[in-house]
Design a binder for this molecule. Structure first.
Ligand SMILES: [Zn+2]
Length: 65
């Protein structure tokens, strides 16, 4: 199978704080331990929450999709 390239558009996926509904949840690297969920902290109010995915996250979609 030869290499193939195509243009893609990056999308930033964020999780908005459940408590203040304003801040973005950022993964807390100091809590990086092996277990279910990933600890995050709100950049505005400091609310801590364990989420299934890491945020912010980047996804790529094909142009025109
Ligand atoms: Zn918050």
């Amino acid at each position: 199978m030869p290499e193939t390239k195509r243009p893609v558009t990056p999308l930033e996926v964020n999780y908005i704080c459940d408590k203040c509904n304003h801040g973005m949840m950022m993964e807390d690297p100091s809590q990086a331990v092996e277990r279910q969920g990933i600890d995050h902290i709100c950049v505005i109010c400091g609310h801590q929450q364990t989420l299934d995915s890491s945020y912010p996250r980047y996804e790529f979609v094909g142009v025109g999709e």
